[in-house]
Design a protein around this ligand. Structure first.
Ligand code: SF4
Length: 320
């Protein structure tokens, strides 16, 4: 699925929010990674870890506080109006909530056709043919074009959201927890549809989720975020077989194992303490207050990200 060519480079990205009284919420704090053409990079972590803010800053929905996001070498945070519109054709978003993200007063055909109209891609019969084609790509049919969102189930609405994202032939899609709001029975169908479309259309995905088992299924590589920092990044296989960061180990130990014998062998690591606030975070490792391996150095110095094995990056003082 993945090729060697780098498509997106995120360099020292920061996204801070001023929350008043001189306080700063550091939602994304010096995060770097790249995404290769045709691959899926999963981004996981508990809610509030900054993964969605990171994804939104990568596609330009938020301005970056500092750092760069390069698409094919061009920094998308330095674009003028016209260039931004052109960039919007390359990068699209599938939203978490298929109920809230579709306009209830528009027909499905017009929801999917909106991007085609904005970018002036097709008109008249060609436009309708394109909409019908998109509906069939996502497993719906042309009769659905004249209906309204409330006539569909959650899974079907997410298919409409996917068709809308595909309408202007993007190269990259930021999937913002696209299955979290769906029934478990439907989640795999939507993930399998995204995998099929990726193969057929050569798409590149940033897949944001807190469900670690589904992320494993779709991702070539996975990054783990904790309180605005990327704490571990490696191939999906490596991450699940050999997690190195204590936070990743705790997250993975909480995934239910289908085999009861395997489950008995696995030790669940309970996280100590509460998730600290990302507002004015303390110096040192952000995970120090909950980490069973924390040592004095961890409370003073932020751990640098190191490549401890080829392609396996970890930010933790345990790895020198
Ligand atoms: Fe734990 Fe220290 Fe590693 Fe942070 S740097 S994860 S506190 S061992």
């Amino acid at each position: 699925m993945s090729s060697k060519e780098t498509f997106i480079q995120v360099k020292n990205l920061k996204k801070y929010f001023n929350v008043g009284h001189g306080a700063t919420l550091k939602a994304v704090d010096d995060v770097s990674f790249d995404i290769k053409k045709g691959e899926t990079l999963g981004l996981v972590g508990e809610s509030g870890c900054g993964k969605t803010t990171c994804g939104r800053t990568v596609v330009g929905l938020y301005d970056a506080t500092e750092g760069e996001v390069l698409f094919d070498g061009v920094n998308i945070h330095n674009l003028d109006r016209k260039e931004k519109k052109e960039f919007a054709r390359k990068a699209q978003i599938i939203f978490q909530d298929p109920y809230a993200s579709l306009n209830p007063r528009m027909t499905v055909g017009d929801i999917i056709g909106e991007g085609i109209d904005i970018h002036g891609l097709y008109t008249g019969q060609e436009r309708m043919e394109r909409i019908y084609h998109l509906l069939s790509l996502v497993g719906l049919n042309k009769e659905h074009a004249s209906r309204f969102p409330h006539e569909f189930s959650g899974g079907q609405r997410q298919r409409i959201g996917i068709a809308r994202a595909l309408a202007i032939e993007p190269q990259f899609i930021m999937c913002d927890e696209p299955i979290s709001a769906l029934d478990v029975s439907i989640q795999a169908q939507v993930v399998n549809l995204l995998i099929k479309l990726q193969k057929e259309l050569g798409l590149t995905y940033l897949f944001i989720a807190h469900d670690l088992s589904m992320v494993k299924h779709i991702s070539d590589r996975v990054g783990v975020m904790y309180l605005g920092k990327m704490v571990e990044l490696t191939t999906s296989q490596q991450l699940y077989a050999n997690p190195l960061h204590p936070y990743t180990q705790a997250l993975l130990s909480a995934i239910p194992v289908p085999d009861p014998e395997e489950g008995k062998k696995r030790q669940r690591i309970m996280l100590e303490g509460d998730i600290p606030s990302p507002i004015n975070p303390k110096p040192g490792c952000r995970f120090a207050g909950r980490c069973r391996y924390a040592k004095p150095e961890c409370f003073e110095q932020n751990p640098e990200t190191k490549e401890v094995q080829p392609g396996h990056f970890v930010a933790c003082h345990l790895y020198k």
